[in-house]
Design a protein around this ligand. Structure first.
Ligand SMILES: Cc1ncc(COP(=O)(O)O)c(C=O)c1O
Length: 357
């Protein structure tokens, strides 16, 4: 079976972990601090704080920006559930704007009519490794004085006109889950534009504490360990190479998949896609899935149901948000392997099978 995702861990990561184990400093320490600085540099962000996952990074970012009960946050229905669950954790209410069928990302044209006096933020997701339309989203945010939190959990290294994700919003969050473009096992990172929100996030990560055992606000234990950070530092060095290989694989698919029944992913001009997923659209998805599985090709459906139509969200009446494009594409998308471990032979098998669907 060709897996849909495969992390690449080398001798460098193993050595780094052993060094931390030998150091005796196993929890949050100097490795985390160094990783934060290096990651902020990579994103052209002013501040970064490591967290235990992408989900906890999102929760920290929302609360650090002062978003909570009574506030509304506009987001996309077409994402992993964590994008929206983090809004619920903060006590705010998610509001769903439909997506653009060409990019799978939130459609800025659908955002403005959802804004009211309760709206405090926009949380776009850079889905599959392609940045959302940040120039338009930032214009809307400025017009209505809204915060912007980028969910960049799938888009480490993605860019718009050379500017990396993580540098656009008031905050941006990344995941280092093993399927992602770089990994720490579990882990996450939040970047911040302003010192004040960064300092809030530091407190929230450590049980609301600035001075040892003085707890000013309700916080959490969302810390990353030095063991995880040591893996992340080595992975970050390799990330440009991993992304290049994903982009080369995607180009090979784009050049060689010739099947009129299949729609290939689009990259708008000026955008650098980092292909966390290579997601195709096909009408008869079940037949295509059977064929791919029969030929040993791992697949993923990202995502079969829009968040606003998930049982939890239906109960909160979120299916009242009309998102027909999200509904439509969720029935037709299939992700095929694009990860950097793919061999030439595996790429050929994937193309041959997809062409015969
Ligand atoms: C778009 C998106 N947001 C948030 C998350 C949450 O990240 P984590 O799994 O590290 O908590 C993920 C992870 O799959 C994701 O894909």
């Amino acid at each position: 079976m060709i897996p849909i995702a495969k992390p690449i861990i080398g001798e460098e990561e193993k050595k780094a972990v052993l060094k931390v184990l030998d150091s005796g400093s196993l929890a949050q320490g100097p490795e985390v601090e160094a990783f934060e600085k290096e990651f902020a540099g990579f994103c052209n962000a002013d501040y970064a704080i490591a967290a235990s996952s992408g989900t906890t990074a999102l929760h920290l970012a929302l609360e650090a920006l002062g978003i909570g009960e009574g506030d509304e946050v506009i987001t996309t229905p077409f994402s992993f559930i964590a994008s929206s669950n983090s809004i619920l954790y903060s006590g705010a209410t998610p509001v769903f704007a439909d997506i653009d069928e060409e990019t799978f990302n939130i459609d800025p044209k659908k955002i403005e009519k959802l804004i009211n006096h309760k709206t405090k933020a926009i949380l776009p997701v850079h889905l599959y490794g392609l940045a959302a339309n940040m120039p338009e989203i930032l214009k809307i945010a400025e017009k209505y004085d809204l915060k912007v939190i980028e969910d960049a959990c799938q888009a480490h290294g993605a860019k718009i006109d050379g500017r990396p994700v993580g540098s656009f919003g008031d905050a941006a969050c990344f995941s280092f889950y093993p399927t992602k473009n770089m990994t720490t096992g579990e882990g996450g990172m939040a970047t911040f534009k302003h010192k004040e929100t960064y300092e809030n996030a530091l407190m929230l990560r450590a049980h609301g504490m600035r001075i040892r055992y003085h707890h000013e606000i309700l916080g959490y234990n969302y810390r990353m360990t030095d063991i995880h950070a040591s893996i992340g530092r080595e992975q970050l060095k390799k990330l440009p190479g991993f992304n290049k290989k994903r982009q080369d694989n995607a180009k090979y698919f784009t050049d060689n998949i010739k099947n009129a029944k299949i729609k290939l992913p689009n990259t708008p001009k000026g955008y650098e896609h980092v292909f966390h997923q290579f997601t195709i659209v096909i009408n008869d998805r079940d037949k295509a899935l059977d064929k791919l599985v029969a030929n040993g090709i791992g697949t993923g459906i990202h995502y079969p149901v829009g968040i606003n139509d998930q049982p939890l969200y239906k109960e909160m009446n979120c299916s009242a948000f009309k998102t027909p494009i999200s509904k439509k594409v969720s029935s037709h998308v299939i992700s095929i392997p694009v990860h950097p471990s793919l061999t030439k032979k595996e790429l050929e098998t994937i193309v041959k099978t997809v062409n015969s669907v």
